[in-house]
Design a protein around this ligand. Structure first.
Ligand SMILES: C[S@@+](CC[C@H](N)C(=O)[O-])C[C@H]1O[C@@H](n2cnc3c(N)ncnc32)[C@H](O)[C@@H]1O
Length: 199
């Protein structure tokens, strides 16, 4: 069942980054599989990976309920999971990289992407300066509007944690590991990264 929350709100940033004719795609920290199932309409094959047993169970139920044959879910820790280099046409992660070592995760995402492939990430960062808090406060009216007009929901028991890296640290690390990456800070407390691996 679909629902609204901040992660879902920013799924279009990821979906709009899928290249036309996408072959194989990977969603890291896929949670209950809503995004992966949407990717299945745009990609030939989709793999969602999550280390949480309940999330993978929900994701498999979602794919089955939609009779999607081109999406599979792997219950595993992305860190150290054996994925071949230069494999995926599209790799994404929605609000999961702050659960991992960010630099190591970005390096691994870039490694498994095929040359010319596209990467799209939506993530959380921490307010560590007065400037960060001022920018964050500008999102409050939008957050209140959506809370009043949408039913904010999500699967119970989804693993969450607070981000440790600041927006500035996220941006600098991404620019170091993914030269030419497009970083954007969004109104409702998310950043996005979009990058194409050099062909
Ligand atoms: C905040 S949830 C986001 C879930 C989903 N992407 C969404 O947008 O609703 C973060 C997810 O990342 C998963 N996760 C965290 N660290 C992971 C790791 N090392 N390997 C695989 N999954 C991980 C958690 O189990 C959780 O489902």
């Amino acid at each position: 069942m679909d629902y609204w929350n901040h992660n879902v709100h920013y799924q279009p940033v990821i979906l709009e980054s899928v290249p036309p004719g996408c072959g194989v795609a990977l969603d890291v920290g896929c949670g209950d599989g809503m995004l992966a199932c949407k990717l299945a309409a745009r990609c030939a094959e989709v793999t969602g990976i999550d280390r949480d047993t309940r999330m993978i169970t929900l994701a498999r139920e979602r794919a089955k309920a939609s009779a999607l044959a081109n999406v599979e879910f792997v219950e595993a820790d992305f860190r150290g999971y054996p994925l071949n280099e230069d494999t995926f046409d599209f790799v994404c992660a929605n609000t999961s990289l702050h659960h991992m070592d960010f630099a190591a995760a970005l390096t691994e995402l870039a490694r498994v992407l095929r040359p010319g492939g596209h990467l799209a990430i939506v993530g959380l960062a921490a307010d560590k300066s007065a400037g960060d808090r001022i920018v964050g406060a500008t999102g409050i009216p939008a957050v209140l509007f959506y809370r009043m007009t949408r039913r904010k929901a999500g699967p119970g028991g989804v693993p969450i944690m607070d981000p440790e890296m600041s927006w500035r640290e996220v941006r600098a690390t991404a620019q170091r590991i993914l030269p030419g990456v497009r970083y954007r800070r969004h109104l409702m407390w998310r950043y996005s990264l979009r990058w194409r691996k050099p062909a």
